[in-house]
Ligand binder design. Structure first.
Ligand code: BG6
Length: 467
């Protein structure tokens, strides 16, 4: 079933995200027949990219760069529906008029989707404008992360949103939740009996959520200067993954039940301890032309987090992510307690580990202890390597942003973050914003500063050795 006719208004239409993800996403949804039969896309921003034709041409170049085997007819179909109208926080009348005209063309059941892909500082004034011009009315509003830049600004942003609309119309996007592999955490945990009984403090000694990236900040220097890794990745993507890993079984998988359980995890998260957070910056970061020579913005974070629930009390969750690191991965590793080793004549046993590899070819790996073949009872580590299905249920994989765009069109908020979650996550990181850890330098292609290696204690980081 395809959604009703839509007017998509995209703020930040000439930005990096639009080029890399949003336009390719719309294109692919169109190609696979998931877009409404009729729709318009209106790009907007403070500076005109030229005529509509020139704008379409820029977007076409983006598609050519980021889509394999671009289907020309599908691309043209999308680009034909595209226009650009200049707007800013003080003046949105032309845009509002263009939206009204587009809706008239589409008919009475047309829906309005406003996508705000703008930096946190620009968000609030823009929302005011959406209210004043009437554009916010009945619109679904997608808000890119980070939502604000600290607790205070996030509350003020939330209040601004609530002034012009209600929570039901707000879609705070965190694209990690749109990833198949991340949603699979829910399926693996709650659709099986083998895993969940051991998924708690009684059996687990440590959890790692590790998202190293080889990519550096090239081309996004100014975004990084004002955001940093903690806000870009930790209070957002990594915390959302933690929410799925740590939550209690939701009774249903609807927006209310799932988000209630996730919100409880965040409520139980202890505010971060500056002593247990390591900040790093890769060598050469300040060479970027958009980066200050003396910048102490972090491009790497490792942090120890505790979730004070019955299930997880006392179990450290280690989060790590950074740019220009040794590998690009997304993994969750649970390390299990070891049984007494004496019967094997050993001082200690290697711990069992369960690793979820959340990359685009998702896998689950379990390391178990087994007998080493031979005349004595010696042990060795054996590994179960499970390749999880890669494709969506209908045989067509959806990229995270595509899935989430579709959910907005369907009005389904399940995979979007709620105001109370975001508020709590700012409370959790606030001690770090107030008392910033020293930023330590690390080599490009490494695993971050030594202090971060030490944070994992005796267990050690699962990556890079165990893979
Ligand atoms: C974005 C961050 O939200 O997520 C980037 O702003 C990061 O810094 C990216 O590289 C990672 O997403 P993905 O889908 O490429 O793993």
């Amino acid at each position: 079933e395809t959604p009703p006719p839509h007017v998509f208004v995209l703020f930040g239409a000439t930005g990096d995200l639009a080029r890399r993800k949003l336009f390719p996403g719309l294109y692919h949804l169109g190609l696979t027949g998931r877009l409404p039969a009729d729709y318009r896309v209106i790009g907007s921003g403070r500076h005109s990219p030229g005529s509509d034709e020139e704008f379409a041409q820029t977007i076409r170049e983006g598609l050519e760069e980021f889509v394999d085997d671009l289907d020309d007819a599908a691309a043209t179909d999308l680009l034909d529906r595209l226009s650009f109208v200049v707007s800013d926080a003080d003046d949105g009348e032309d845009l509002a008029e263009a939206v009204r005209r587009a809706e008239e063309e589409l008919g009475d059941d047309a829906r309005r989707l406003l996508y705000l892909s703008v930096p946190p500082g620009a968000m609030e004034p823009m929302i005011g404008m959406l209210g004043r011009t009437g554009m916010a009315e009945d619109a679904r509003i997608v808000v890119e992360k980070p939502f604000g830049s600290d607790l205070e600004s996030s509350r003020s942003l939330d209040a601004a949103l609530k002034d012009v609309t209600d929570e039901e119309h707000v879609f705070r996007i965190d694209h990690f939740l749109g990833k198949e592999a991340v949603q699979n955490i829910i399926a693996l945990r709650f659709a099986n009996r083998l895993i969940e009984p051991a998924w708690n403090r009684e059996h687990v000694v440590q959890v790692q959520i590790d998202v190293p990236e080889e990519l550096d900040v090239a081309g996004r220097g100014s975004f990084y200067e004002s955001t940093g890794c903690l806000r870009d990745m930790v209070s957002t993507h990594l915390s959302q993954v933690l929410g799925f890993v740590a939550m209690e079984p939701p009774v249903r998988l609807d927006a209310t039940s799932l988000r209630n359980e996730k919100a409880k995890v965040f409520t139980a998260m202890r505010p971060l301890d500056p002593e247990r957070v390591v900040f790093g910056q890769y060598e050469g970061y300040t060479d970027d032309e958009d980066v200050a020579d003396d910048s102490d913005v972090e491009t790497f974070v490792a942090a120890e987090v505790f979730v004070d629930t019955e299930r997880w009390q006392g179990v450290p969750f280690l989060l790590r992510t950074g740019k220009a690191m040794g590998d690009t991965r997304r993994s969750v590793t649970l390390t299990f307690r070891t049984p007494p080793a004496g019967r094997f004549g050993e001082e200690s046993l290697a711990p069992d580990q369960l690793t979820l590899d959340l990359t685009d070819t998702p896998r689950m790996q379990i390391d178990l202890q087994a007998k080493r073949p031979g005349p004595t009872m010696d042990l060795t580590t054996a590994c179960v390597d499970l390749h999880l299905p890669e494709e969506g249920a209908d045989g067509e994989g959806l990229e995270a942003y595509e899935r989430l765009l579709l959910d907005v069109m369907r009005g389904d908020q399940t995979l979007f973050t709620r105001g109370d979650e975001v508020d709590r996550l700012w409370q959790v990181v606030q001690p770090i914003l107030e008392d910033r850890p020293t930023v330590r330098s690390y080599e490009r292609g490494s695993w971050g500063p030594q202090e971060a290696v030490d944070l994992a204690g005796d267990v050690g980081w699962r990556l890079p050795d165990g893979r």
